[in-house]
Every structure is written in structure tokens, then in C-alpha cells.
Design a protein around this ligand. Structure first.
Ligand SMILES: Cc1cc2nc3c(=O)[nH]c(=O)nc-3n(C[C@H](O)[C@H](O)[C@H](O)COP(=O)(O)O)c2cc1C
Length: 358
């Protein structure tokens, strides 16, 4: 972006920041160093930034890696606006691209006026606390997943998996929070629904890359489980993660994407299932779909070949406690796909008929 256009944009971001009523805001951006930064130049930048941030009550992290900057700053809106105005006009970097600006409930980096990292690995390693780690990584993953640099998103996820070592934790710490961040970007008008959907599709593809090839032990008398997004739900990531969890539990897992209520009812009328997991978007609350979820759950029970079908519901609405089990008439809900196994098992109190009479 030419400097004058950029300066205009930065000014409008700064005035938007300054006029907000939220007590705490965060801003993230990426940029490219105008020239390679020597250790001395980085130290000088870091010292000046830390001193000014301390005076302004701003905290955050800056990563300098391969001549690129990524920075996360948080603080009172007016302070952030002043600092952002300086940063955005600093000739030491160029191609400055604001990734997100939004209100934050709490600080993530309250202990750092400005922590400088010079490699991604160092940054990830020193943010060892899961809460701290999950948030910035999930945020970065979400923003990368809707940007042009898809490979960086894939790399981030792969290296997180190498570090965390479990699909279960990767889902809970990174994928699902990233999906919710995408939803937050949408509700803050920082991206459109198309981008949320694109980001979720990409997360789903990356997860498939990671889980492909893993074959869990089959349970001795496996439950037969159907995993499906609620008909009409276009965000399929929740169902993919649910299927992964059911598969991991050693169950006979079927994943389907029925586009209508009739199609769903036909599936359960013609096949035996012990349980069905119906999911809403993992990114958005979908309050307007809750009544129809309740209706479809009632209908699916009546259509089911198994009269004791266990019905479990998932999605962001349940994670954020916007909706309860009773609101939709499910037997159980899960707040994360990783909780699906527990949700089904705790409900499985009825006698199962033998496999030949199913
Ligand atoms: C990548 C990068 C990150 C920076 N981060 C901060 C920062 O967090 N806080 C800050 O006060 N200045 C930061 N600066 C420096 C500011 O751009 C600016 O030089 C400094 O705040 C002094 O402001 P002034 O030139 O308007 O007096 C950063 C500069 C660059 C190139």
C-alpha cells in the first residue's frame, strides 16, 4: 500500500480506537522490515517501545522473524491509538497490514510491556501456560486461515501438533478456539461470513491432514454413531471434529451431511444408530437455529429405527452457554468435540438390543 493511502487507513483505525468505549482493546498486525534488523537496531526499537508502552499502560509481544514483524498490543483505547499512530508511520517497516482490532475482556500479556521474540519457536516455547499459548496461537491460526498465506496456517498447526502431541488437545486448545475467534471477527464486523466459512473449511482440511492415517483400536462391541451437522448448517467443522472423536473412541462412526430434515430422518429410519451427534456452527452462536434444532431432534427421535436413540448436541451456542440441553431437547450436550465420548457414555444407560435384532 503506498504510504499516503496507508497513513489514511492508519489514521482511521486510530480514531476508531480512540472513540471506542471498551476499557481494553487489542490490535494485531503484521509487516515487513524495510531493511534487515541488526541485533542493535532491534534492541533500540525494543527499549524505546517498552518504555513508552509502560508509560501508556500498553502490553504485548512483537515477533521479528525472517524480516517480518508480527505484533500484538493491548491496552486502553486512547493509549493504543497513540502508539498505533506512531507504529504505523514508522519507516523501519513497510507492508503493514492490520489483522484485527477489537475489545478484549482481559489482558493476555499483562507481565510484558513489550516482549520481543526473534523466532516463532522461542515465542511458542516461552508462552508455556496453556491459556496464554492457546489464545495468541488460536488467534494467529484464525487470521492466517482467512488470509492469503495458507501455508503459514498449516505450518503453525503442524508445529503445534508436534509440540502438543495429541489431536484431542490440539482440538481443544487450538482448533475450536480458532473457530470461535473467526466467529468473533465476524461479530465485530472484522470479516464476512464468507471468510468465516472459508477459514473453518481450511481448519477442517488441516485437521484431516494431521489425523489421516491414524487408526484407533476398535471397541469390542462398538457403539454405532452418526455424526452430522444440523441440516441447513453450513459450518461443517464441528461435525468433522465430532466424527474424529467418535472414531478415536473406537466406535463405528458414520458422518453424513443431510441437507434437509427429511434426509436426516431417512438416514436414521433406514440404519441403526445408538447415538447421533448433531452440531451447529463451532464459530457462531446461531441462536436463530435453536428452535429448529429442538424441532429436528424431536423429529429424529420419532423417525429413528432405534427407539432409544441417544441425541447429543454441540456447537458454539453450547460452549458459550447461550443454550442448554433442555432448550433443544437433547439427551446431552458437549462444549467441545473432545467431550463427545463422555456425553454419549453418560447417557448410555439403556439396554442395547443384540446386534442381530438391531
Ligand atoms: C515493528 C515495530 C514495532 C513497534 N512497537 C512499538 C510499541 O509497541 N510501542 C511503542 O511505543 N513504539 C513501538 N514502535 C516504535 C514506534 O514506531 C515509534 O518509533 C515510537 O513509539 C516513538 O514514537 P514517535 O516517533 O511518534 O515519537 C515500534 C516500531 C516498529 C517498527
Amino acid at each position: 500500500m503506498p504510504l499516503n493511502v496507508w497513513t489514511e487507513f492508519a489514521r482511521s483505525e486510530a480514531s476508531a480506537l480512540a472513540s471506542t468505549s471498551a476499557p481494553l482493546m487489542t490490535l494485531t498486525y503484521r509487516s515487513r522490515a524495510a531493511a534487515p534488523m541488526t541485533t542493535d537496531r532491534l534492541r533500540e526499537l525494543h527499549q524505546a517501545a517498552s518504555a513508552r508502552n509502560r508509560a501508556e499502560g500498553v502490553t504485548g509481544v512483537v515477533l521479528y522473524d525472517e524480516q517480518r514483524f508480527f505484533q500484538w498490543i493491548e491496552g486502553p483505547p486512547a493509549s493504543l491509538a497513540r502508539i498505533w499512530s506512531s507504529i504505523s508511520q514508522d519507516s523501519r517497516h513497510t507492508d503493514i497490514e492490520a489483522i484485527s482490532v477489537h475489545a478484549a475482556p482481559t489482558r493476555l500479556f499483562s507481565q510484558w510491556d513489550m516482549r520481543l521474540f526473534t523466532s516463532r519457536r522461542e515465542m511458542t516455547a516461552s508462552m508455556a501456560s496453556p491459556a496464554l499459548l492457546a489464545d495468541p496461537d488460536a488467534h494467529r491460526l484464525a487470521t492466517l486461515a482467512i488470509g492469503d498465506d495458507v501455508e503459514s496456517a498449516r505450518t503453525l498447526l503442524r508445529s503445534a501438533f508436534a509440540r502438543i502431541g495429541s489431536v484431542h488437545q490440539l482440538t481443544e486448545q487450538l482448533i475450536e478456539p480458532a473457530a470461535r475467534y473467526l466467529g468473533d471477527l465476524w461479530s465485530d464486523d472484522d470479516c464476512g461470513e464468507y471468510e468465516v466459512t472459508l477459514g473453518l473449511c481450511r481448519l477442517q482440511t488441516f485437521m484431516r491432514d494431521i489425523t489421516a492415517g491414524s487408526v484407533p483400536d476398535r471397541a469390542s462391541d462398538p457403539l454405532v454413531v452418526l455424526v452430522a451437522p444440523l441440516p441447513g448448517e453450513i459450518h461443517l467443522l464441528g461435525a468433522t471434529l465430532g466424527a474424529e472423536a467418535a472414531w478415536k473412541a473406537g466406535w463405528e462412526t458414520h458422518i453424513r451431511f443431510p441437507s434437509t430434515e427429511e434426509a436426516l430422518n431417512k438416514i436414521v429410519a433406514t440404519n441403526w444408530f445408538d447415538a447421533i451427534d448433531l452440531s451447529l456452527s463451532p464459530a457462531l452462536h446461531r441462536e436463530h437455529r435453536l428452535a429448529s434444532m429442538e424441532h429436528m431432534i424431536d423429529a429424529v427421535r420419532r423417525a429413528s429405527r432405534n427407539p432409544s436413540l441417544i441425541v447429543v448436541a454441540g456447537g458454539r451456542a453450547f460452549h458459550d452457554r447461550v443454550a442448554t440441553r433442555a432448550d433443544v431437547g437433547a439427551d446431552a450436550i458437549h462444549r467441545s468435540a473432545t467431550d463427545l465420548e463422555r456425553a454419549i457414555l453418560q447417557t448410555q444407560h439403556r439396554e442395547r438390543p443384540s446386534s442381530d435384532s438391531r
